[in-house]
Design a protein around this ligand. Sequence first.
Ligand SMILES: [Fe+2]
Length: 452
Amino acid sequence: MASDDSKPLAFEQIEKVQIDADKLQEGMFVCELDRPWTESPFVFQGFMLTSQKDVMRVRECCEWVYIDVKKSVRFKPGQPGNPVTPTSGEKPLFKPSFSAIAVDSPETPGKQHGFLGKVSQILKKGAASHRDKDFPLALKSSVETRVHTNKLVKSIMGEIRLGKSIDTPAAKEAVAACVDNVMMNQDAGLLLTRLRNKDEYTSEHSLNVAIISIAFGRHLGMNRKELNVVGLCGLLHDMGKMLTPLDILNKPGRLNDEEMEIMKRHPADGREILLDTREVMDTVIDTAFGHHERLNGKGYPRGIGGSEIPLYTRIVSIADVYDAITGDRIYRQGETAETALGILHRSAGNAFDESLVIKFIQTIGTYPLGTVVEMTNGEVGIVVDNNPRQRLRPKIKLLLGHDKQPCKPKIINLNTNPADSIGEPYAIKVSHRAGSFDIDLSQHIQSYIKRI
Ligand SMILES: [Fe+2]
């Protein structure tokens, strides 16, 4: 990760041992590769080998790696590679499904690939151009769905404030359209979650959490019916806020303790509202009630934890936190996706289910479409396409020169190792918040749609 405030992987006091890749085993924690991380398919700079699949993936691209002895649960000091029983007796609760090897494409779930060799094959087959051809159409459809659903969410919220019931069939229909969009092109749906209107935070947040949860569920292998449920869970998770006094809900600053206690009533209020709503599944009610609970029992309102928190609630909770961190508020700017994912990663195995966080990071990717990135030579652009096999090497539309002045737009694909005007290879230095350098994402989205 490039920004200074998002380094979840800066390990302290590492005791590391070099080991040949063919001696790797499950339970070992890989902390260094025999090559730069950016030249590997791995999202995280440090990860646990939790399955034989993980082991094979490392072997596919490395001859040797370093193992962090302290973080490994299967390693005997002095005998690298020898199988031993775990050094700690019981696995900690919610701990290790910490597989960090994370560049599975949602389009090809479960397939194994020799990453480095197959990147070029994928590109030669024209996968990227196919994505480009379909993208404007998918984006246009997603924009239409978003406009319609946002109106619906605002209408539902207004009805709740007036003491009326939720139009469940309309909400389900809107979610079904969101599922269709995500199935057609996930990147398009997620891109639109980056367009923010500070004055419509609560309604946009509900819609974003629905879309992000659907994309997340898709990555987890959910079928269409399950995606519709998880989408509805996301859409309605915060409806209890409609009973929160507006001066607290829309306060242009951080809440004091008393206000926070009032705000914390919204999960229970949401449950009450949904219990009075016809045709709403129990899962949706449970999610509204439980989305601020945490696996370590430190959430609210009940302080439940672990297996008491259902899967759909866990999924929506992660999507909720991600969107809250990246969203602009009246009193602060949203963080980058990179920072938000780093925060989630630091909470993995503690507040959040570790395996789900890893899967979530795979879903979003370090540089989602629309991310503003600054290159090492000072030029600035936005991410316009991701290579599913090398997500740290996206396609970027450069918009500003090294002096931060507008330049003739140019698209570079980092996966092809392009060089700048003085022959230096392009590389991302850091990602910036949405709207940085006055780059208007909505303008670029419009230009995409006009290609239809
Ligand atoms: Fe909430």
